[in-house]
Design a protein around this ligand. Structure first.
Ligand SMILES: Cc1ncc(COP(=O)(O)O)c(C=O)c1O
Length: 413
């Protein structure tokens, strides 16, 4: 459920007419609804029946500091995958004891930053990473909290690029024997402390069966650790819940939480989850103007550098015209950007009314939208705008041409 709706033929975000935002900040531009973000995080937090849990928003899906602050104020923790994301959540005022540091390739400096900031846990994905964390912690004279991300060999379906929990995917440790040996190593180390086990099986997951399978495998592993005398603080089941981009009907956050609580009802450990997309996707849209019409193409001012998902995963986004009344012909269009690549499309075979100069909203663009944007074709990145009821404010400026070359060293200087 989101707060983007037509009122008298004009598309509104909460109480704000989106054409006012497009006139104020020009296009392309990302717009987020605060109410939608709050509703989604509340849906997770309020679904838990016991307080023994932690919801860690996956920062990779949407990382603007103003957005992170909204979620932090709701009591949310964060799942991060880089030193940059750690920097962002700390600037947003995050409680370090609610930060999970995930990711397969943490560098020494990122690990040191995590230890110095006292994060809740490093979710480790290989023995080499574990030994590296141990060494960095030892050099700093600290004890690093770690949990082992295991690979449960569960296929969550969906696009190959976003499935993460099958044997052969690069994520997690697959061999139970290796995990038990590593756990013993952690128990005997003066610089490490084991706090949990973790798995994350994929993204845009549309059913609960794969979560049930992953929860059962997590329990089997936690029991094996208990047999070794190793007690854990938490079981982390990752994120991945899907969203309705184009008629899909994923389970609700409430159904997911009920399913996990039921599967894990006998456990003493805290439950941690790491939702990203299901909180941020439908809270954001990308505004873009039709520059030209050619045959069946709407050539717009946003491109794959602004929203990569269609080019990367053939992802489908619904598209709405901001002004239903002003628009003319309803036709089946391919919506493409100005970038010199045939993969530069934002939507294909989409039936909407449109004419040149109309402004369109690419729906459900809040997750993996702005965060994946780039300067390809030397295009400045879009601004980001946050709507709060009948007010709106800029939360990231449009990049300028000078921003594009700011870090470059001119050979003539
Ligand atoms: C470790 C981890 N946790 C959480 C997420 C968030 O997934 P989603 O945005 O699908 O909820 C991801 C996404 O790839 C991830 O890799």
């Amino acid at each position: 459920m989101d707060f983007f709706n037509y009122k008298d033929g004009k598309l509104f975000c909460e109480g704000v007419d989106l054409s006012l935002i497009s006139k104020t900040f020009d296009t392309p531009a990302y717009v987020y609804s605060k109410k939608t973000l709050e509703r989604h995080i509340d849906a997770y937090i309020e679904s838990f029946t016991s307080s023994n849990n932690l919801v860690c928003f996956a920062v990779k899906s949407l990382s603007n500091i103003s957005i992170l602050k909204i979620l932090k104020d709701k009591g949310c923790g964060f799942d991060i995958v880089s030193g940059g994301e750690l920097h962002r959540v700390m600037l947003a005022g995050a409680d370090p004891k609610k930060i999970i540091f995930s990711g397969v390739g943490k560098s020494k400096s990122e690990i040191a930053l995590g230890i110095k900031n006292d994060v809740l846990s490093f979710n480790i994905e290989s023995s080499s990473e574990l030994y590296r964390i141990e060494k960095v912690a030892k050099d700093l004279g600290k004890i690093a909290p770690v949990s082992i991300r295991f690979n449960p060999d569960v296929d969550s379906g969906g696009h190959d690029y976003i499935t993460t929990g099958r044997k052969g995917d690069k994520f997690g440790i697959s061999s139970i024997e290796d995990i038990l040996n590593l756990s013993n190593h952690i128990s005997n180390s003066d610089s490490l402390k084991i706090v949990g086990v973790a798995c994350h099986i994929g993204s845009q997951i549309l059913g609960l069966d794969s979560y049930k399978a992953a929860a059962r495998k997590t329990i089997e592993l936690a029991d094996k650790l208990l047999d070794l005398g190793i007690e854990l603080d938490f079981l982390d089941l990752g994120g991945g819940l899907g969203v309705p981009y184009n008629g899909e009907t994923p389970p609700s956050p409430n159904e997911l939480v009920a399913c996990l609580e039921s599967e894990l009802s006998e456990r003493k450990e805290r439950i941690i989850i790491e939702p990203g997309r299901s909180i941020s996707a439908n809270a954001g849209i990308l505004l873009t103007k039709v520059e030209y019409i050619k045959d069946e193409f709407l050539i717009v001012d946003a491109a794959m550098n602004d929203l990569l998902r269609p080019a990367l995963y053939k992802a489908e986004h619904d598209v709405w015209n901001l002004d239903k009344n002003n628009a003319q012909e309803t036709k089946v269009w391919n919506i493409v950007g100005p970038i010199c690549e045939s993969s530069d499309f934002l939507a294909r075979n989409i039936s909407i009314p449109a004419k040149e100069e109309d402004v369109l909203a690419i729906k459900s663009a809040g997750a993996y939208g702005f965060v994946m944007s780039s300067n390809y074709n030397s295009r400045p990145r879009c601004p980001e705008i946050l709507v709060d009821e009948d007010k709106f404010k800029l939360i990231r400026k449009r990049e300028s041409l000078d921003d594009l070359v700011r870090s470059e060293i001119n050979p003539d200087d």
